[in-house]
Ligand binder design. Structure first.
Ligand code: ADP
Ligand code: MG
Length: 147
């Protein structure tokens, strides 16, 4: 599925709409992999997740700390884990943060920015979202379900 957005608010809104439609998988965590260059809109999209999930704090990229956990209330999921692999050198670093246990648990909703850095340890069942900059404020956003 392809979407085009004309400004950051539309990208945020798309994130909000998508997160509200997600139904948890029974097999493991529900995992979103976000790909695209710096500034393409991955974090902006996840700020929409934050709104849809009623998270009070503003979603920010955990660029230096790699992982953020937000505990959810009144939701099908118990936790929203936000990873940013931009600075990751080896998949081992994220495994040390408990990545395998996190993606095995159906209570978790997981979003991974720069997921290409950990391609080998991603779950088979996941949704990939690719962000492309078309013009200064125009983005193409492609959603692909992988099974
Ligand atoms: P990433 O996480 O992919 O590095 P960010 O979401 O942090 O990107 O940054 C995207 C930047 O581009 C923000 O400064 C945002 O305001 C700007 N922007 C302009 N147009 C758009 C758009 N259509 N969608 C998302 N961001 C946009
Ligand atoms: Mg980001």
């Amino acid at each position: 599925m392809n979407y085009y957005t004309n400004n950051f608010l539309e990208t945020k809104k798309l994130g909000e709409e998508i997160v509200k439609k997600i139904k948890p998988s029974k097999r493991g965590a529900t995992v979103f992999c976000l790909k695209g260059d710096l500034g393409a809109g991955k974090t902006t999209f996840l700020q929409g997740f934050g709104i849809g999930l009623k998270i009070k704090e503003k979603i920010q990229s955990p660029t230096f700390i790699i992982m953020n956990r937000h505990v959810l209330k009144n939701n099908n999921f118990k936790n929203f884990f936000h990873f940013d692999c931009y600075r990751l050198e080896k998949p081992k670093e994220i495994i040390n943060l408990g990545f395998k246990e996190i993606i095995a648990n159906p209570d978790n909703l997981v979003a991974i920015e720069w997921s290409s850095k950990i391609e080998k340890i991603l779950p088979n069942q996941r949704t990939e979202i690719v962000f492309e900059t078309i013009e200064q404020e125009k983005r193409k956003i492609t959603v692909k379900i992988i099974k």
